[in-house]
Ligand binder design. Structure first.
Ligand SMILES: *[C@@H]1O[C@H](CO)[C@@H](O)[C@H](O)[C@H]1NC(C)=O
Ligand SMILES: *[C@@H]1O[C@H](CO)[C@@H](O)[C@H](O)[C@H]1NC(C)=O
Ligand SMILES: *[C@@H]1O[C@H](CO)[C@@H](O)[C@H](O)[C@H]1NC(C)=O
Length: 465
């Protein structure tokens, strides 16, 4: 057990430490699709790969955005945690777990989608998909021929097709539904079977990457919070005819923002504009205001998840979830979301549109946008209208708000891929690594270990020939 991990767990939660300490340690090999399986390297200095580092870029940032800061860059941060934890091994063949690092491919895909947006909009670029997509699938098919994959039907392999809109064919190539590979995903819909993904051994839901620093819980509540309720994000357009082209989540955002704005209270700060849209709030102003806010609504968008969640938690702003059509709750098995969040189910809503089977509002939403943590029914407040949410929040006793804030201070680091001061492994990394070591232990118990490799270096793909 690496000392850092033990220290990290000691300072966060004694029950977590206990459950980790009873597990064996494990070894994790980081398999790079770039270096070892032959996909091209990412030159992030090249704008055709990474267009977001230019000055004046507004994509998820108010200045240049580096590839590790991109909101879906979880593959980068987790490989960093594996190295920092001391669990990394340089011998793939004897590794308990093989972590497939797809960071470069995931980021280059973002660049391609962004660079080709005008052409895809006017139809001059007709490929539905990035040319690299098929090569990723080919690399995965190759990995799946390895005896190391086949012996346990992929159970030792961990993949992070985290972007909720990753093409289904790529997601399926990375984690075939017939396999037992472990998936670190963004939304329920990515899993092959509905239900509690972790309990079923399928994988885990992770939070988005936020750019906020992790200075420990101290600074979170050392200041007055002058904004009562905050939300800014991309929404559906107000015109109902044109709004029909928008997703369920974007329609919900529009209705929540409009209803809260109509209250007209000076301490309610809500608005609709995506970060690259005209009139949007600069990203640094958005997070600065979240750090000044008591409550932040957390609403799904085109997918069931968003970076607003991680930003809200890491800002010390109490997350307020509104459904039906609930945002995901990462780490629902390990983190007590109800201790620091609020959940409202609205009875009168107009954002669920079921008459467009081919659109973003397909029937899948109704079956996949459910609350994934074990949220007790009494933790969900039923209200008639969105306006009632504000009234409920205003009526909360101060000690209940303070209790939520104390729970936020104890849990916020599970939403930051930057470790707490003095620690080497981030909160998400601790939870993921604990799970991977448990998995390794289960595999150890269920399969006889392959014979140890002979001494001396062996070519990496020797078992694939
Ligand atoms: C479509 O957009 C691309 C990229 O902006 C541009 O180069 C091309 O001329 C446009 N084509 C048409 C038919 O408008
Ligand atoms: C945004 O503003 C710029 C500059 O004022 C303008 O050229 C552009 O057309 C606007 N875009 C949209 C989508 O309104
Ligand atoms: C946001 O960034 C801009 C440009 O770098 C800067 O001028 C502004 O002061 C920043 N605002 C906040 C609240 O950090």
């Amino acid at each position: 057990m690496p000392r850092d991990l033990v220290q990290g767990l000691k300072s966060t939660s004694s029950s977590l430490l206990q459950s980790f300490a009873t597990e064996d340690t494990c070894s994790i090999y980081i398999l790079s699709l770039t270096d070892e399986v032959g996909l091209p390297r990412c030159n992030y200095a090249d704008p055709s790969t990474w267009p977001f580092a230019r000055f004046g870029n507004r994509f998820q940032a108010s200045g240049p955005l580096q590839h590790w800061e991109q909101q879906h860059a979880v593959s980068y941060w987790l490989q960093r945690d594996i190295r920092a934890s001391g669990l990394a091994t340089t011998d793939r063949l004897s590794a308990d777990i093989v972590y497939v690092d797809s960071h470069c491919q995931e980021q280059a895909r973002m660049g391609w989608y962004f660079n080709t947006l005008p052409g895809r909009r006017n139809g001059s670029i007709t490929e539905r998909e990035w040319p690299m997509e098929e090569r990723i699938r080919g690399a995965m098919r190759y990995i799946q021929t390895w005896p190391q994959w086949r012996r346990t039907n992929g159970k030792r392999f961990v993949l992070t097709p985290f972007w909720p809109n990753v093409p289904t064919a790529t997601k399926t190539a990375m984690v075939p539904c017939t396999s037992e590979a472990f998936m670190l995903a963004g939304v329920h819909a990515q899993f092959c079977r509905p239900g509690q993904a972790l309990a079923a051994g399928q994988g885990m839901l992770l939070p988005f990457v936020s750019e906020l620093p992790n200075n420990g819980p101290g600074p979170l509540f050392d200041h007055q919070r002058d904004i009562f309720l905050f939300y800014h994000g991309g929404c559906a357009v107000p015109d109902p005819a044109r709004a029909r082209a928008f997703s369920w989540g974007k329609l919900q955002r529009r209705q929540v923002v409009d209803a809260l704005a109509a209250i007209g209270a000076p301490d309610i700060d809500v608005g609709c504009a995506c970060d690259i849209c005209n009139g949007s709030m600069p990203h640094n102003v958005t997070v600065e205001r979240m750090q000044r806010s008591v409550f932040c609504t957390v609403l799904a968008g085109d997918a069931q998840t968003s970076r607003r969640q991680a930003e809200s938690v890491v800002s010390g702003c109490i997350p307020v979830y509104v459904g039906p059509g609930f945002h995901t709750l990462p780490f629902g098995d390990a983190v007590d979301h109800a201790s620091f969040s609020l959940f409202f189910r609205v009875r009168q809503y107009g954002w669920v549109v079921k008459d467009r089977p081919a659109s973003l509002n397909n029937r899948l939403i109704a079956s996949t946008w459910y609350l994934d943590a074990k949220i007790a029914p009494e933790a969900i407040v039923e209200v008639d209208t969105i306006r009632d949410i504000e009234a409920h929040l205003r009526a909360l006793p101060a000690e209940q708000v303070a209790a939520k804030q104390a729970a936020l201070a104890a849990n916020f680091h599970y939403f930051s891929y930057k470790p707490l001061p003095g620690q080497k492994v981030s909160g998400p990394g601790q939870l993921v690594l604990r799970q991977l070591c448990r998995r390794a232990q289960a595999i150890r118990a269920s399969v006889s270990r392959p014979r140890p490799p002979p001494p001396g270096r062996r070519p990496l793909h020797s078992d694939a020939n």
